[in-house]
Design a protein around this ligand. Structure first.
Ligand code: MG
Length: 367
């Protein structure tokens, strides 16, 4: 393929409400669009680290620099012939997974366009719609949490996920069960507990949760295995599930019964599919999480989630659930808890130039 140019656009879109995770709050969503022009086609990817290294150590600025200084020059000077060449190169150079996902997914989009098929089909997907789950962050009070769930549950989301941590776990779970009954419910602990909490975490079994996501620190796979042997609720790895080798090891030692696959965290779609496949071989179901990404990245997650071993609703929600605006047309919209994928070639969602221009922070083209 002949690469004419690669254009980076850093955008910043306000969140509808401050985005709270266990270690802080962000008010704007940063994203870097990576647009590759080659052979008369344009593929678009998204590198989507959250500002302020709250959700990951990688910041938007570091990710931008890595793309400009290291990854894009490496890809251009390689003169790749195939998508596989690009994936192989990015794997060899390693580093910042957000940056790698940004450029790698642009080439996947282009390859699907070249083949004339939706990205989902190129990846091996078997569905044209995916189920969506509602994710709710930590709230100030229980009534506030219940009100948020109440407001969105009418859109038909197929399950509810809440973030938990010390002091915000048993009480909100009790309140949700009292108010909403036996809805499919799961928790995400984002590494908030330790091996001192096994007994406390056993109490979660009483709530009939679909899963407990990442209760322990990212590197503590053995701790997850010990915990899993003591509780009934399936454990799901998220932060720990960085690459295929780690996931295989985690499964081998019994550290989880479910895996959350995030394209940004694993450095792109090739690793995402590999993790999907190895989990399928081991009989471990997976689901697709988000960072959350803006529209391009979220749409890629929808395509990925059409593969057969994705067996739980995704975290991809309507664009307006998180963001005041989005970069794609049409925007993502959940109907009866599902999102139907457009059946056009490639990513199948069009970039909205109007939105991109409105929210651009900086832009650079490399040749
Ligand atoms: Mg998580």
């Amino acid at each position: 393929m002949r690469i004419d140019r690669v254009t980076l656009t850093h955008v910043r879109i306000p969140f509808v409400e401050p985005f709270r995770v266990s270690n802080g709050t962000v008010t704007e969503k940063d994203g870097i669009l990576v647009s590759v022009d080659a052979d008369g086609l344009t593929g678009v990817g998204e590198a989507s680290p959250m500002a302020g290294s709250l959700c990951s150590p990688e910041t938007p600025e570091e990710t931008w620099d890595d793309l400009v200084q290291r990854l894009i020059p490496a890809v251009i000077s390689m003169h790749p012939r195939t998508l596989d060449d690009v994936c192989g190169l990015l794997e060899a150079v390693g580093g910042n997974p957000f940056a790698r996902a940004g450029i790698e997914t642009a080439f996947w989009d282009m390859e699907a366009q070249r083949e004339g098929v939706p990205l989902a089909r190129l990846l091996g997907g078997v569905r044209t719609r995916t189920e969506s789950g509602l994710a709710v962050g930590i709230a100030d009070t229980i009534p506030e949490l219940l009100a948020t769930i109440d407001r969105y549950i009418t859109e038909g989301y197929k399950r509810v996920k809440i973030n938990v941590r010390h002091g915000w776990d048993i009480k909100p779970l009790t309140a949700i069960r009292e108010r909403f009954g036996e809805i499919p419910l799961m928790v995400d602990a984002e590494c908030a507990y330790t091996c001192a909490d096994y007994e406390h975490l056993r109490a979660f079994d009483a709530f009939g949760l679909v899963m407990i996501e990442q209760p322990l620190p990212k590197t503590d796979l053995e701790g997850h295995a010990r915990l899993q042997s003591r509780i009934d609720t399936p454990l799901c790895l998220d932060e720990s599930a960085e690459d295929p080798l780690t996931v295989q090891h985690a499964i081998d030692i019994g550290a989880c019964r479910i895996v959350n696959i995030k394209i940004q965290r694993v450095g792109g779609l090739r690793n995402a599919v590999r993790i999907h496949d190895l989990c399928a071989s081991a009989g471990v179901p997976v689901w697709a999480g988000t960072m959350p990404e803006l529209g391009i990245g979220s749409a890629q997650t929808l395509h990925l989630a059409t593969l057969p071993n994705f067996r739980f609703p995704t975290d991809v929600q309507s664009s307006r659930r998180w963001f005041l605006d989005d970069l794609i047309a049409p925007e993502l919209e959940t109907q009866d808890g599902e999102i139907a994928l457009p059946q056009a070639a490639g990513n199948a969602y069009q970039v909205s130039r109007r939105s991109v221009e409105k929210y651009t922070v900086r832009k650079e083209t490399l040749r």
